[in-house]
Design a protein. Sequence first.
Length: 88
Amino acid sequence: MVSVFGMTVVGCDDGSTDGSGRTDPALNGTWILSGSMECTYNNGNWEYRMNSTPFAKGTYTTNNGEMTSNTTHLWGNGGPYQLNLDAK
């Protein structure tokens, strides 16, 4: 099985332009992606849940209005996963 995981975030920036790997504290908290799908960001770590059950987690950094995400764990037998998140 192949899992595909993609994410787009627009408009979140910590002001860093030096590639230092900092994270934007404005992302911290739980975001509702759609219906029963949630994403929690916490100082460089994220976790996605569906119906309160975790199915993916990883790390992220922000730089110059862009997020770079690294998926470290995928659980479950569903997929492929493709999520798009637009912050407005």
